[in-house]
Design a protein around this ligand. Sequence first.
Ligand code: FE2
Ligand code: FE2
Ligand code: FE2
Length: 422
Amino acid sequence: MWAHLKVNLTDILFSVSETMDLPDPSLVDHQVRTAYIASELARAANLDHELSERLFMAAMLHDIGALSPEEKIGVHVAEDLFPGAHCLRGGKLFREAFWLAPAGEIVDWHHTPISQHQKEGRSFADDNVLAAQFLLLADHLERWIDRRQFILHQSDRLRTQVSQLSGDILHPDVIQLLRQVSTCEDFWLELVSKDLALRLQQRCPLRSIDLDFEAARAIAVVLKDITDFRSRFTASHSSGVAACARSLAQRLAFSGKDLQQIEIAGFLHDVGKLVVPNAILCKPERLTAEEYAIIRQHPFYTYRVLSRVRGFEQIAEWASYHHERLNGSGYPGRLERNALDVGAKIVAVADVASAIAESRPYRDQGNKETVISALRNMSAQKLLEPVIVEALTDDYDEIVGASLEAQAEDERRYQERYMTIT
Ligand SMILES: [Fe+2]
Ligand SMILES: [Fe+2]
Ligand SMILES: [Fe+2]
């Protein structure tokens, strides 16, 4: 029954990786470039296909555990070689999705020096230690690139700087591999080329992997986590939206693939918030007009991330139109009723209902009366679709009860697995 939704894993990796690196000019393409360097080292070392694949997945999302743009920038400029929290959180996030799980250890260790591995009894010849060393080198090299300077004017400096990590931090053999792959100008010019992602996607080791629904759902949950776990106020928001949207869709006669897709759309509707800094996303006071404009970009980026993923076309639309309103007053497309699919209208209602039912830094959680009266108001003002609002109010206790349950479960995961890592 679940087999018919197929999604391309490579598309997801590239799309998410690039979006994670958008919030600051110093980060643009950081993970893609890191993956390129790591894969060149893997090629020179003749790593087998399976290990190259694992390394590539790890490299593309290696900073996934740095949950906010601020933390990503912090990790990026850190002189400190061992900012551990984002490694552990990243490894845990990888283990949540079984396609990414085999690469979890490489993410755990992407700042771990070789001396530490040896101290803990691991050998350089262990597959994941070797791959983590490639990633450590690639990550440092990329971060040391001066983006204002022509790459061939700094390649010698970069090589020297990496050589200084030999011994304690990096095994000398890894440095030797870099010397080997970086003698040609090609390596450097390709590394900073504007179409690196495109070219890498054409020849990356994951080219042909299609995921079925269950695997796609597991990855969607990881993406939801990195969106929502940035603040305790939103930690379970998208789970609530997903559960509510799914229940509503069931009552409106969705079935099979459409039900799978609406759930994933709920998980991913706010994934575009990856580009919004925590200072704005978690601000306890009222937002200024300028800050609100920054928040309002997020559904645009949700569309940008999802629409590039083969198999997610429908999900992209349903997820990213959740702030559009029937009378054309919504954002970012000012779409009107006829341009909105019923799936998008369902996610919009589920989003409003969940948001009001949750607490926020500036207000307490809404009770049944508050939620219902807000939804009915919005339906009367031609903001939300009346039939969907009625479907929710008719069966309020059951629908909202189920989504609160899903949220409580996520709240527990958040507390147990991520809050404890600082
Ligand atoms: Fe890192
Ligand atoms: Fe990094
Ligand atoms: Fe949103």
